[in-house]
Design a protein around this ligand. Sequence first.
Ligand code: HEC
Ligand code: HEC
Ligand code: HEC
Ligand code: HEC
Ligand code: HEC
Length: 346
Amino acid sequence: MKKSLILVLVFLATMFVIAGCELEEMAETPAVSTPAPTPAPQPAPVVMSLSSLELTNKITAEWKTSDKVFAITDPAGRGIGCAKCHDGYGFSMFKTFDPAVAGAPAYAPKHATGIDCQACHTGQGKELMESGSVKLLFMDQPLQAGKSAMCLSCHNSNRNPKDLAAQFKAGTLTQMTYPHYGMQGAVYTGKGGMEIPGVTLPSSPMHSQIQCSNCHMPTTEEGYKSHSFKADVEKIDKTCGTCHTGITSFDHKGFRSEMNYMLGKLKKATMAKAGASDLTYGSGRFTFHDAKGAAIDMKMIPFEAYVGAYNWRLIALDGSLGIHNPQYSKAIVKETYKFVTGEELK
Ligand code: HEC
Ligand code: HEC
Ligand code: HEC
Ligand code: HEC
Ligand code: HEC
């Protein structure tokens, strides 16, 4: 058999497996109080006309346009605790250097490595995609997330807000720790925000089941998963359009504009609750400032203002303005506002 034919056959087989997985994942979706969405029409398998080298070249060129090419040197150089998400080698080889394992060698690479092909396609990255199971600090049980388990193991906020809230209330928290950058998984799962006493928040049953790659790596004309990792509005037909027929903007039905407005209100209310003129963040912690710009002692900050700041940052900085989980994002902002002010957000 000719090599190109073998490639085509392998590709077709892969497409059926992928299509099968997607259907299976959607079938697990609980259709809680939502109009049953029309199952996404599966795109007809595209016959790959590229040689494997052409495919590698195209994927590499796309990858090079992403921020994943370079490691952010400071966190990548600070040991395995940061390198497990900030260094491609540290991530793929994490099990070798896991400090929790007795006798593990010290992690001391000669240089930093970006999030490259080996990071996602070998070692821990590959294992996570195969098992689909990922442990997240804010969930008691490992989450089953398909291939997204790999993305989620880095993009998850790296915090357990339940512990932070308990420590704040007990007066043992030494700084007002914020959700770490890359908090997409905390929003996507609808589980990573700081709890509001007595409130159970809803979660979008459909959005929280869509694979990260569906929106961030849509299949190209040539039939492979794109690797720029950007949620590109030019591809909206392939990403959002499979469920939202005729959608033209990520600001679908003005949802993101509304989120933006509500986030502004929440930030203002949070500062007012703390008697502050400004709220800043850096070095892992929030700081409230008085009218003269001086930092307000954290002992003077009411618990409601900490919850306000935490949940504000979670939604304001995740980069999707609510799209990663529309119902959860809207509800957490509204309910946090109510907790902070005692009034409805209008
Ligand atoms: C090893 C950890 C790690 C994994 C795994 C990972 N990311 Fe990232 N990602 C990062 C870091 C770190 C950045 C920030 C890079 C920077 O700013 O230099 C980032 C940036 C991004 C960005 C911002 C834009 C850009 O140009 O890169 C997107 C979008 C993104 N990742 C999506 C994903 C998706 C989707 C997956 C799974 C297919 C994924 N990431 C897997 C660590 C990771
Ligand atoms: C659980 C994974 C994870 C761990 C552990 C982690 N980070 Fe990050 N961090 C990320 C992701 C993902 C981003 C990128 C977010 C984005 O751009 O969307 C990020 C972004 C950052 C940024 C912002 C970079 C910028 O310029 O925007 C800094 C600074 C940073 N991390 C420092 C650290 C330090 C220091 C440590 C160790 C103490 C650490 N991180 C541990 C996942 C992690
Ligand atoms: C329903 C589609 C969808 C899914 C599923 C999805 N995203 Fe996104 N994501 C978006 C959109 C839309 C944006 C905003 C892009 C923009 O405004 O240009 C975004 C933004 C982001 C950003 C910020 C990009 C930046 O440049 O600042 C990161 C990082 C990211 N997503 C990671 C993830 C990860 C990790 C997952 C899986 C846990 C995921 N996304 C799942 C649609 C999605
Ligand atoms: C941030 C993680 C990440 C990085 C970095 C990454 N990939 Fe991928 N790659 C994925 C995911 C996720 C898939 C889709 C897997 C699936 O759905 O089966 C994929 C799929 C592929 C495929 C199969 C394409 C298809 O659609 O049949 C190839 C080939 C590939 N990657 C090559 C590369 C190469 C080469 C690099 C480095 C230049 C690279 N990848 C970097 C996450 C990554
Ligand atoms: C797999 C199907 C599916 C995909 C793909 C999808 N959505 Fe949705 N979306 C839904 C469903 C179902 C709802 C209503 C229930 C919910 O919130 O989960 C919804 C709700 C929304 C909402 C809240 C407002 C409303 O109409 O209820 C917005 C905004 C939204 N989606 C935007 C997007 C954007 C933007 C994308 C692509 C980046 C996207 N969706 C991709 C199925 C999908």
